[in-house]
Design a protein around this ligand. Structure first.
Ligand code: PSU
Ligand code: MN
Length: 313
């Protein structure tokens, strides 16, 4: 058994100065993940995007808090030089719930997935988090059992995740089923359909729709009154000008999935492998769309964080 004094995260949490000040004063903060930087995009677009996303959050009136495990500390808010080193580093651990404490205990550099970013954000007192897409139920999960830990984290950790839905390389109907079973409200922003990352419409209806950041903030405020309430998924469609219609991305997805299966790619390596292959197959177009949708999510997350901070005054 651990001594009770050993159980708090405070000794390993390292808040950036700006983040610490904003949290202390009740000003809006938006958490950002780092797996998208280390495993989701190629250098140097990854660091360029991370900087643009941080700037978008600032322009929206909130403070960005990019999260990563470095030198045994859980950093919440990275200095620009640290962000750049992380973006170029080799051998960074992709940390989901199972891995985060291992990275911290061993001192290895670790980037955080949606699941681990939610854990860190909650520990730091941050209620809103922007990312690209969440992990979900993989196609063939009925035999592989490959279901992202992001879904369980959404069920248990009270953080609002703003994402462009989930990728069509996942099994989206099963992903929505699991979210419902685990009690996660899924809200499409500004449309009825659940978005599919590069495409605005997955062909599936989202369970709920809300059109403004204020409405979403009201929901978060009310939900927080229940004990053991978990997270909320806000599914924000990619802007029309940047979308890749389903018909144009489908063959790249099929080819990437087939190649992953042929090479026996499994576990944590699946999502990064498929993303990199789709980037090649679309000759970079998937990345342009990915950048646009993350920035769009950052703007909405900032607006939600601002509305939430206004309510709590
Ligand atoms: N989707 C993306 N880009 C990403 C990821 C998902 O478009 O970089 C990352 C996120 O960090 C997400 C993780 O939490 O992949 C899910 O991985 P897994 O399926 O292994 O849980
Ligand atoms: Mn998986």
């Amino acid at each position: 058994m651990l001594d009770k004094d050993m159980t708090g995260l405070a000794p390993v949490l390292q808040l950036g100065e700006e983040v610490a000040a904003a949290l202390a004063e009740g000003r809006p903060v938006v958490a950002l993940e780092s797996t998208i930087i280390t495993h989701g995009m190629p250098w140097p677009k990854n660091v360029e995007t991370a900087r643009l996303v941080e700037a978008d959050i600032r322009a929206g009136g909130a403070v960005p808090a990019t999260i990563a495990a470095l030198d045994g500390k859980l950093h919440v808010g990275l200095a620009d030089g640290t962000l750049e080193r992380l973006a170029q580093a080799e051998g960074v651990m992709k940390c989901s719930r199972a891995d985060l404490a291992i990275a911290l205990a061993t001192g290895r550099p670790g980037s955080t997935t949606v699941a681990a970013t939610m854990m860190a954000a909650h520990a730091a007192g941050i209620a809103v988090f922007a990312t690209g897409g969440i992990g979900g139920v993989h196609r063939g999960a009925e035999t592989s059992f490959d279901i992202s830990a992001d879904l369980d984290e959404l069920a248990r950790t009270p953080v609002c995740v703003v994402a462009a839905g989930a990728k069509a390389l996942l099994d989206l109907p099963k992903t929505l089923e699991v979210l419902e079973t685990r009690g996660v409200p899924v809200i499409a922003h500004g449309q009825d359909a659940f978005p599919a990352f590069w495409s605005r419409d997955s062909g599936l209806a989202a369970p709920y729709r809300m059109d403004t950041a204020d409405e979403i903030a009201d929901l978060l405020e009310l939900r927080a009154r229940f004990d053991d309430h978990g997270g909320v998924l806000v599914a924000n469609p990619v802007p029309e000008a940047d979308e890749i219609p389903p018909s144009q991305i489908a063959s790249a997805i099929e080819q990437a999935l087939a190649e992953a299966a042929r090479r026996g790619v499994s576990g944590k390596a699946v999502t990064p492998f498929i993303l990199a292959m789709i980037y090649e197959l679309t000759r970079g177009r998937s990345l342009v769309t990915n950048i646009a949708l993350v920035r769009n999510n950052a703007r909405l997350a900032a607006a939600i964080a601002v509305a939430l901070a206004g309510q709590r005054k």
